[in-house]
Design a protein around this ligand. Sequence first.
Ligand code: EPU
Length: 294
Amino acid sequence: MSWHNGLRAKILFDEPLSKHTTLRVGPKAGLWIEPYDVKALRSVLRKAKTNKKGYLVIGFGSKLLIKKKKISLAIHLGSANFKRCIARGTDIIAGAGAALSKLIRTAYEHNLGGLEFLSGIPATVAGAVMLNAGVSWPKRIELGSFVSGLKVMDRNGKVKNLGRKDLSFGYRSSNLKDYIILGVKFKLGKRKKMFIKSRMQRFRNYRLKTQGLRLHSAGCIFKNPDGQSSGRLIDLCGLKGRRIGDALISNKHANFIVNRGKASSADILALIRLTQEEVKMRFKVNLEPEIQVI
Ligand code: EPU
């Protein structure tokens, strides 16, 4: 009998992870498991541990490049129980697997403002909080500053509630890496719908103008080095349009790598290395990837 028999979860076999990353690359996951609820997730973790199965927790895969040839187990919190967004007063309680678009819509419907800067970012609530998603225009705003509490599960299946004092957020980072986020409480402010809508449009338009949203990418590939823009440095190296296989440095924003169709993880990695070398040679700056490479 297989170790995963009897789990209360949707289970897929040999699931192509290219379907679950925004760069549209990745190997197959031997097992793709979507537990129905927190209890089922705990069973998955415990059974995986007993059977010595490593696992990858994956949201919308928007900051992920997998170079491994195979992932044996991928866990995705995509069932209805993990996708709820509920407004209570000026708080929103959101499930880990809810899309940011749903979070923003719920906020808008309840006249709650603050999260408009997330418009157009293809991520789950958990992924965006884990990486402290943010913008630098027109000023630095980050999701972590709106988080007032979290429900997480540790790798042994124990559920914990974390409060503000337990949390620390940095530039595209958090102290949550060892946990699986189950749900997040956001503290927002009362705003007029018109105000929220126009801010959402402003952020979305800025993204459309400077980045484009339609092509397969992982957003910015590199973090910005202190006080500088990686996109600008890469652009100054003349790398826009540089191509390896079907991986291309975007002509619109040089910190974006685009999959033109059939790029492999190896093509993208090669383009990342080439970019790092050129920027290092010309500006003596080390570019650190913002995406997770595994
Ligand atoms: N620039 C160029 N050439 C380029 C790209 C940018 O010269 O190819 C210049 C721009 O003209 C501008 C400056 O560089 O003067 C900064 O560019 P931009 O406003 O696009 O911001 P960024 O620093 O490149 C950051 C975040 C983005 C976020 C934008 C908008 C990082 C690594 N990137 O980009 O986040 O959307 O600000 O607020 O912090 C992401 O994390 O995936 C991401 C896209």
